[in-house]
Design a protein around this ligand. Structure first.
Ligand code: ADP
Length: 399
């Protein structure tokens, strides 16, 4: 079975064609600048990489171009479109309505659009991707995998805010979290790797990338997560603030004259380690700047790792300890100093890493647990597309 995985954004569309027998991507790529001037497609398959510049006024044109690339004799991966057995779509928000992936029909689409206010830019774009695929491949079954679904199992005490309860009832204001597909994948991979039963396994998963979130996963289910009503909450990120006292917004509004939209734009795009350092949102740049004596770059790194450490400690407390800590995503997989700082001085809770293994990890899953550590510490490369493909294949096989 071959599954096409689609991640549609408002002006972009990423894709992977995955062969379920090998679970490997046989083609991948993305369209950028959809709907604006200068749109292009980057495509990789068959050991070849091409960039095709062509006007893409909408997502339907982008999907058509992607399909053309997939069946291209020279740089394609399949000979005919009929080889695509199913399409799995990344959809941002389940709005608490779904706790797992679902086959897309008109009702599911309606529910997704009903939740669009919770993530206006992403959700509508995701559904635009679904419609565009449907128009071009009307008979291919499609599945939605939600970023928030894994977090649907959180207990009420973890997702209800200290706000008047009516805002939850009337407007669905609650913690939803994000990166659920990644947290689910790495927590399951950790249990598999360690040969333990996920049903009696506590793990703290640290997805640290441009956007970062940390989850407590207890007995195979999400127990708590750091991202909040939107992906703005939790630890400070590349350009996002993370948790913030809301009173700061009124104070800053009075001082600067910025309205709520401008303030939230700043919190999303100009804050985080970028805002603190004034250097970059990229941790490689921050490391370089800090090494050459830039105090604010070092401070940004310290603020980030300190916030992560506090979440790890909090989640160990919340779950009554942890058996494992997992690092994943761009920073979690590649920045050994971040990993070392987060778990530094955690011997009191049975956590210690092997500094040598941490500094020179092997590819794939890498165990960096130190001697005598009660808690396993693992690096696990995330693979959200594979989760979407697996869910899609499973649902479609049972049709
Ligand atoms: P996204 O959230 O956009 O998917 P990624 O998971 O790809 O982000 O993570 C991107 C971030 O990972 C980059 O901004 C960079 O800070 C960090 N990163 C990637 N490679 C390295 C590396 N070798 N060392 C340190 N940081 C890295």
């Amino acid at each position: 079975m071959k599954v096409l995985v689609i991640n549609a954004g408002s002006s972009s569309l990423k894709y992977q064609l995955i062969d379920m027998q090998t679970e490997k991507a046989i083609a991948k790529g993305g369209c950028e600048r959809i709907g604006i001037e200068g749109s292009f497609l980057k495509h990789k398959a068959n050991g070849k990489e091409v960039t095709i510049t062509r006007p893409m006024p909408d997502h339907k044109t982008a999907i058509e171009l992607m399909l053309e690339a997939l069946v291209n004799k020279e740089y394609g991966a399949i000979s005919d479109m009929s080889e695509i057995d199913a399409v799995g779509h990344r959809v941002l928000h389940s709005g608490g309505d779904y706790d797992c992936s679902v086959l897309i029909d008109e009702e599911v689409k309606k529910v997704c659009l009903g939740n669009a206010d919770l993530a206006p830019l992403h959700q509508r774009a995701n559904i635009m991707g679904v419609d565009a695929c449907k128009a071009v491949m009307p008979n291919v079954p499609m599945v939605a995998t939600f970023d928030t679904a894994f977090h649907a199992t959180m207990p009420e005490k973890a997702y209800i805010y200290g706000l008047p309860y009516e805002y939850y009832e009337k407007y669905k204001v609650r913690r939803y979290g994000a990166h659920g597909t990644s947290h689910r994948f790495v927590s399951q991979e950790a249990a598999k790797y360690l040969g333990v039963d996920p049903a009696s396994f506590k793990v703290i998963t640290c997805h640290l990338g441009n956007g970062s979130s940390i989850s407590a996963v207890k007995n195979g289910k999400c127990y708590d997560t750091s991202m909040s009503f939107t992906p703005l909450g939790g630890v400070p990120m590349g350009t996002r603030t993370g948790d913030l006292d809301p009173a700061i917004l009124e104070y800053l509004s009075d001082k600067t004259g910025m309205d709520i939209h401008e303030l939230l734009f700043m919190c999303n795009k100009k804050a985080g380690v970028m805002g603190v350092s004034g250097v970059s949102s990229d941790f490689r740049d921050l490391r370089d700047a800090a090494a050459s004596g830039n105090h604010r770059a070092q401070l940004a790194l310290d603020i980030f790792t300190y916030a992560c450490k506090k979440y790890v400690g909090a989640y160990a407390a919340a779950m009554g300890g942890t058996d494992c800590i997992v690092f994943t995503a761009g920073i979690g997989e590649h920045d050994h100093e971040v990993r070392a700082s987060i778990v530094e001085d955690m011997e009191y809770m049975g956590v210690c890493i092997d500094q040598e293994k941490n500094a020179h990890p092997t590819d794939g899953i890498c165990d960096i647990t130190g001697k005598g550590s009660k808690v396993k510490v693992l690096i696990i490369p995330t693979n959200e597309e594979l989760v979407i493909a697996r869910d899609t294949a499973e649902i479609v096989s049972n049709l």
